[in-house]
Design a protein around this ligand. Structure first.
Ligand SMILES: CNc1ncnc2c1ncn2[C@@H]1O[C@H](COP(=O)(O)O)[C@@H](O)[C@H]1O
Ligand SMILES: [Zn+2]
Length: 348
């Protein structure tokens, strides 16, 4: 079986995808059309080209964060959010993804409140207007640039919505420009969310900041995103690496995101290798498939090619990912069944 085809057909699990960064060009065009038809848009139209950051792009990590405002201007109403969520879930499904934990940062817009923002995504996940078989869950994001009052407000919304929709709202996370804000300031809100039953994942080690990495690992999140600057070879220290190895916290690995934002020089020198060699749990993820022009199956293929993985090793990555989802055991069993069936069919 051709590797491309194998990676696409393999039932996969996406655990690190930002809604607004995941919008494809096709979805953005459809959203644009919706705004024009509804008579509520005059912006963004000419900027869609600037949304993609491919290999060789000269933007640095901080500059990359500016592109999200283009997507944000296309997800400012309830209808647009429902559309954006449904179309994105459909794309992941068509790429062979059977389970996704999509994440997004609630925003007050000209048209909706933060609560309405979250409720629109929940509605699209629980009662989609199109036929979707992919299992979808929501992780609510807090942006590191937010003021403390806003952080508490988002934690409150996450706690409240988790109570009403415990099977849909499964986690809370910290993201945004890693050069901004201090992790310590977010601990009280994250602790409250955790006490209410929400799982926690943190963007960790996207820039060199060993003190913060240690603080984050001490917090014992259920997962971390990226984990680049943890190994001494990549901007971490002996101490941060030992702390990660001892913690055994699963790392959401985003190969193309790290290469395109130039945190990692190329695929072959990605810290995926060190993580695997140390026996640490990893999950391949896309981060922002729209911004970085990738897909989950492409991430699997790139990983297989860069590190010389066999088909069984590739399938095992997806199977292992089932252990780190935020959903209950019954969902885990369901996904494991799908992946094992694929592996058995492939072997026979
Ligand atoms: C490239 N690495 C990254 N590092 C940190 N945060 C990132 C990110 N990529 C995306 N985001 C976070 O996700 C938001 C867009 O999706 P939502 O509006 O939440 O759906 C960005 O504004 C940023 O806060
Ligand atoms: Zn991310």
């Amino acid at each position: 079986m051709d590797l491309n085809f194998f990676c696409k057909e393999l039932p996969k699990i996406e655990l690190h995808a930002h809604l607004n960064g995941s919008l494809s060009q096709a979805t953005m065009l459809q959203l644009q059309r919706y705004y024009v038809d509804a008579g509520i848009s005059d912006k963004t139209n000419t900027f869609l080209d600037e949304f993609q950051i491919g290999a060789g792009d000269t933007r640095n990590l901080s500059e990359c964060f500016q592109v999200f405002s283009i997507a944000h201007s296309l997800t400012s109403t309830s209808e647009a959010l429902v559309m954006a969520t449904e179309l994105t879930l459909q794309e992941f499904q068509e790429d062979g993804c059977c389970y996704i934990e999509l994440r997004s940062t609630p925003r007050d817009t000209q048209y909706i409140t933060k609560k309405q923002y979250i409720d629109s995504i929940i509605r699209a996940m629980e009662k989609p207007s199109i036929n979707l078989s992919i299992i979808s869950k929501l992780i609510i994001s807090i942006n590191r640039a937010s003021q403390l009052q806003e952080v508490e407000e988002i934690a409150d919304i996450a706690i409240e919505r988790h109570k009403i929709h415990p099977d849909t709202v499964v986690g809370i996370e910290l993201s945004g420009n890693p050069a901004v804000g201090n992790f310590g300031d977010f601990i009280p809100a994250l602790n409250r969310a955790r006490q209410s039953g929400l799982k926690v994942t943190l963007h960790c080690g996207e820039v060199c900041n060993p003190e913060e990495v240690l603080e984050m690992l001490n917090f014992k999140p259920e997962r971390i995103g990226h984990g680049v600057c943890i190994h001494p070879k990549y901007g971490g220290t002996e101490e941060t690496w030992i702390a990660l190895c001892q913690s055994k916290i699963p790392v959401e690995v985003c190969l193309t995101s790290n290469v395109n934002t130039k945190i990692t020089p190329d695929y072959e020198s990605h810290h995926f290798k060190e993580l695997i060699e140390a026996g640490l749990p990893v999950v391949l993820c896309t981060d922002d498939k729209g911004v970085f022009a990738t897909s989950l199956s492409q991430e699997y293929r790139l990983c297989a090619e860069s590190f010389g993985l066999t088909r069984i090793q590739v399938a095992k990555l997806s199977l292992d990912a089932a252990q780190y989802i935020f959903s209950e055991a019954n969902i885990r069993e369901l996904i494991i069944g799908k992946i094992l069936k694929f592996m058995n069919d492939y072997a026979s």
